[in-house]
Design a protein around this ligand. Sequence first.
Ligand SMILES: [Zn+2]
Length: 198
Amino acid sequence: MTTALLLSGGMDSTCIAYWKRPSLAITINYGQKAAAGEMRASTAICEALDIQHVVVEANISALGSGDMVGRAPSVSAPATEWWPYRNQFLITTAAMKCHAAGVSELMFGSLKSDGFHADGAPPFFMAINHLLELQEGTVAVTTPAIHLDAHELVQVSRTPIEILAWSHSCHVDDIACGFCRGCRKHFETMSIAFGHSY
Ligand SMILES: [Zn+2]
């Protein structure tokens, strides 16, 4: 079975790339503010790990809201970075690419802590997997780190700091801002996983 990983270049999907070594990594430029940083990180990680990498251009920035697109969050946003139906879009787009590439398993890097967002929680992944099953494409979505916290994933995957150093977790810019939730989680996880000397 060939596998693919939706690789944003953030530390969670980077750890899964190192841990699971997919046949193909898919990065989607959907018009997010951090796209250039995510492309740079994903390209470097795939070169270092010798994983085939493809970038899909699918700009939906006109439809986004919140920090990731540089617009005020919607009134129904549970957090300022919330982008309505984002994961549903990313999985559907990546599944199209998987089908074209003959890939049957698409890995998505959601963690235990991502259950804070409805589209990062196990019921969402069960539902979207079922939705894909109802169709002809034969692509299944798996979430190998859904039971782990970020620092546990670093430890379980045994991802070395030299690889994680390429990752880009900032939600709001292509150079890490140091202040957004993505950046704060990145530094906190690196401190827990590698000690305060990091
Ligand atoms: Zn940031």
